[in-house]
Write a protein that binds this ligand. Structure first.
Ligand SMILES: *Cc1c(COP(=O)(O)O)cnc(C)c1O
Length: 420
């Protein structure tokens, strides 16, 4: 057997490793199966420490960073918790954390682009994003030189910064409109010859990359935690934590119980909560103004992979999981408390997870001595500004979502920019 194979969890059939869907048409998230059942961390940089459980045959040595897991003292004490571990994704040199885009989207972008490199796939990668995913793909492509088309809503453009001076592999298009307008335009372009999409939650490289958060936590704690807290938009990180935990149980050294997933969304823009509760969107969990006024709009996703086999519902059911709805006031309180006690700035999305943990303690959903992993999905941006110059990525073009020529204009600018 090759290092890994990709199978459909519904029919068990082996699939093309790059496929995003089952060849038999099952509505499932394909899953990776690795030859190595006991994971031995490698002496490789960043995320590649977990090389044996990543669906790649080589690495991008420069620039990846990885999760840093540490046992919380001050914040844990404030909540009365004796076994709280923080899985930190971002920049924090005092703790050797060097994820230079300051969110865990790097964990998805590196393995995804490595797989294209291995296949000598020269197509232009198309990414539509509210910001953090775009920033991570931009970072990787500035390192590898792979060409990238970013389609971003104009009011997310402030998230598009990089440490790289040369951003020539990137073409940035800003769209007047929301994230869905950006996705629509991007999908049309991506369907053309010469372009490729990353596939979101369906992409096993993205999920196994995100799964390294759980791997890092468990190698630090020497056992599976009882609880895993994360702020979610698509829920992909929750699915990934569950899949990594199943592998760790198979490994045999870390325990037999799946960690319980505690997934948090920002009220009143929380479609996953509506789906989980079984009603269609209610006023309390999604309204027509969303994602306006969210604490962090990177957490808004209208079409999360909820009901597909191996999706968010299965992850919650298998782990006895819970969902939390967090309002802006609770998030703001959680953010300042965490930042003050742990002495690092965090991304607003991460504060939603911190608030969920505070709520879980208050409602006694967890015992104070339980082992807990709190995924800080992004942090250290203010810390990074102290050390480095952040360059804004300059848009190559601005389009209106209602422009019927939008797609053609993008194709035209790509061929000029990349001489193809
Ligand atoms: C994308 C993102 C999330 C949500 O991730 P999921 O894909 O829903 O797991 C949480 N925090 C930050 C900082 C993010 O960028």
């Amino acid at each position: 057997m090759h290092k890994y194979s990709v199978k459909c969890p519904t029919c068990g059939e082996v699939q093309d490793p790059m496929s995003l869907t089952c060849s038999k048409g099952h509505d499932s998230l394909l899953r990776t199966f690795y030859k190595t059942s006991q994971l031995i961390p490698r002496d490789l940089p960043g995320i590649w420490k977990f090389y044996d459980w990543l669906p790649v045959d080589d690495i991008i040595p420069e620039g990846s960073g990885k999760t840093i897991t540490y046992k919380s003292e001050a914040f844990a004490k404030e909540l009365g918790l004796s076994n709280l571990y923080v899985a930190f994704n971002g920049y924090w040199p005092e703790k050797n954390a060097s994820m230079m885009t300051c969110t865990f989207k790097d964990l998805e972008a590196f393995p995804t682009m490595q797989r294209l490199l291995e296949r000598q796939d020269k197509r232009v990668m198309v990414v539509a994003s509210a910001g953090n995913t775009a920033r991570s793909f931009a970072h990787v492509c500035c390192i590898t030189g792979q060409t990238l088309l970013l389609v971003v809503p104009e009011n997310s453009a402030h998230r598009l910064w990089t440490l790289h001076e040369n951003t020539s592999p990137i073409c940035l298009v800003t769209v007047e409109g929301d994230y869905y307008n950006a996705i629509e335009v991007a999908n049309k372009v991506a369907a053309r010859e010469g372009f490729v999409t990353e596939g979101g939650a369906k992409n096993v490289a993205r999920r196994d990359g995100m799964g390294t958060v759980m791997l890092d936590a468990v190698f630090t704690m020497k056992e599976l935690p009882m609880h895993y807290f994360q702020a979610v938009g698509s829920g992909t990180g929750g699915i990934s934590a569950w899949e990594a935990s199943m592998r760790l149980i198979q490994d045999g050294r870390f325990g037999k119980e799946l960690p319980q997933l505690h997934l948090a969304q920002n009220l009143p823009c929380a479609p996953l909560i509506s789906m989980w509760l079984g009603n269609t969107a209610t006023k309390d969990t999604v309204n027509e103004n969303c994602p306006k006024d969210m604490y962090d709009d990177v957490l808004f996703n209208r079409k999360p992979p909820f009901s597909a086999n191996g999706g968010v519902r299965d992850a919650l059911q298998a782990t006895g999981g819970r969902m939390y709805g967090i309002d802006n006031a609770a998030a703001a309180y959680a953010q300042q408390l965490f930042e003050k006690l742990e002495n690092i700035d965090i991304n607003p999305a991460s504060a939603i997870a911190v608030a969920a943990l505070i709520e879980a303690v208050e409602k006694e959903n967890i015992d104070k001595s339980d082992s807990i992993v709190l995924n800080i999905t992004g942090g250290g941006m203010e810390r990074l500004r102290m050390d480095c110059n952040l360059h804004s990525i300059v848009p190559d073009m601005h389009i209106s979502a209602h422009d019927s020529e939008a797609e053609l204009k993008i194709v035209e600018i790509i061929s000029q920019k990349f001489k193809r």
